[in-house]
Design a protein around this ligand. Structure first.
Ligand SMILES: Cc1cc2nc3c(=O)[nH]c(=O)nc-3n(C[C@H](O)[C@H](O)[C@H](O)COP(=O)(O)OP(=O)(O)OC[C@H]3O[C@@H](n4cnc5c(N)ncnc54)[C@H](O)[C@@H]3O)c2cc1C
Length: 418
């Protein structure tokens, strides 16, 4: 049987970052991925590195807004009605977590993790042979309605009170920030600390680098089960044979709950589907991502492509592409950019992915209760690329039994079981 110090399950942003930092810390690392690197949510997402998203998904007002949107098939949010006990439990926990107090406890932690990730991205960007079109120029949210602007102002005040750097822009300011584009906007917010990258390139080039540093990556290899000995995982079964591991790290995104059950732990994570359409980038498109705020649609320049994406659908483990929702995303663009001819752009890829969402909007990070050599790093929802590097670094500190650089008590794996 093959042996390794640490076996990582899942080759998305979180797994690849964990592999890199564990190897840097001197461990023998094997990463097992059932598809290709990035074949989960980490390839076609919007590539935004966002301290500006420090407010968790579970926040006051969100459940009520969600309920209103639920009945509109073109809205940015949808729950497929079904009598699934895990979904019902998740919604109940989500409702409870959407309080002012819990939101305010979560914000500084997400902010600190995001800011630490930003510094780590700077380091990763400088690694030999690692290139992922990284730019730190901020993200510009544009608003075309008074209600949208008022909502944005509330968000600005909240995030600014936590020290995040945000500039308010008039419509002229927006036009100046986006030369070459004609915008229909009343104003905007420039989240100055944000950054962007091409996420597929990020995971693939960092994985290749990790392999050059000695990590073993087994793609096309699915984890199917575990052999346990006195509560610990003694061996991991894969479709390419068993592997004995000192420590096992579960970074399988939305697939983590199913593997958790096999390992004997419960992980309330719901997959939230989102879509993106990648097009050839028009020559005049500036190097600045835009959030079309009222539509909850993002537009990110990525090298010679432009990616448009959004929507959040709680529809189970379903990777089918709903054309109506994709069309709703694309239709948001001319509302903000009236003279922009989206039909003239060549489509490179239409994609969907599953964001792994916990009920309180915080990931699970830490040792699993009752399985001492299993570490869970999953449930990063809409910010798994943003938080990938800091999560990877924290995983390496947990394995080494070093004090984590950040207090991660709020991320305890058993917090919904207590
Ligand atoms: C439309 C959209 C836009 C988004 N935009 C952003 C953004 O701008 N910024 C941001 O930070 N985040 C964004 N996200 C969220 C981000 O994509 C996710 O949070 C992140 O990719 C999760 O990474 P992960 O490594 O946890 O999971 P994944 O990337 O899903 O990786 C899990 C991996 O585990 C593998 N796996 C599963 N089961 C097994 C098994 N049994 N054996 C072996 N391997 C297995 C899967 O094949 C997969 O590759 C977006 C998501 C969507 C859908």
């Amino acid at each position: 049987m093959d042996k390794t110090d640490v076996l990582i399950i899942g080759g998305g942003a979180v797994g690849v970052c964990a592999a890199y930092y564990l190897r840097e810390a001197g461990y023998g690392v094997t990463l097992v991925e059932r598809g290709k690197i990035g074949s989960g949510a980490s390839h076609g997402n919007m590539g935004l590195i966002v301290p500006s998203h420090s407010v968790p998904l579970a926040a006051p007002g969100v459940p009520v807004r969600g309920l209103k949107w639920m009945f509109n098939p073109d809205s940015p949010f949808y729950i497929k009605p079904r009598l699934d006990p895990s979904l019902i439990r998740w919604l109940w926990e989500f409702w409870k977590a959407s309080s002012e107090g819990r939101m305010r406890r979560a914000i500084p932690l997400i902010r600190d993790m995001s800011l630490q990730s930003l510094s780590l991205f700077d380091e990763l960007d400088g690694l030999d042979g690692v290139d992922f079109d990284y730019h730190q120029r901020g993200v510009l949210a544009v608003y075309r309605t008074k209600e949208g602007l008022a909502e944005g102002e509330e968000e600005r005040q909240l995030l600014s009170s936590y020290g995040l750097e945000i500039d308010e822009l008039t419509s002229d300011g927006v036009a100046e920030a986006l030369p070459g584009l004609e915008l229909n906007a009343l104003g905007g917010l420039h989240f100055r600390q944000d950054a962007h990258l091409t996420p597929g390139k990020f995971v693939r080039s960092l994985a290749d680098h990790a392999v050059r540093r000695g990590v073993i990556v087994r793609t096309g290899s699915e984890v199917t089960g575990f052999t346990k000995d006195k509560g610990r995982i003694a061996a991991v079964h894969t479709t390419q044979g068993d592997i004995a591991a000192g420590e096992v790290v579960l970074t399988a995104g939305s697939w983590s709950p199913a593997l958790g059950i096999v390992a004997g732990i419960s992980l309330p994570i719901q997959p939230a589907k989102g879509y993106s359409v990648t097009m050839r980038r028009p020559a005049e498109w500036p190097e600045l991502p835009i959030m079309l705020a009222e539509s909850r649609v993002a537009v990110t320049p990525m090298g010679d492509t432009l990616r448009i994406g959004g929507t959040l659908e709680l529809a189970g483990m379903d990777l089918s592409i709903n054309r109506r929702r994709v069309a709703a995303i694309l239709h948001a663009l001319p509302r903000y950019l009236p003279s922009f001819d989206i039909d003239a752009l060549e489509i490179v890829e239409t994609w969907c992915g599953l964001r792994p969402c916990t009920p309180d909007g915080l990931p699970f990070l830490g040792r699993a209760p009752g399985v001492p050599n299993l570490i869970v790093a999953a449930g990063h929802a809409m910010i798994g690329v943003s938080l990938g590097p800091v999560t990877g670094k924290l995983v390496s500190q947990i394995v080494a039994e070093d004090p984590p650089g950040i207090d991660i008590d709020l991320l305890a794996v058993d917090r919904f079981a207590r």
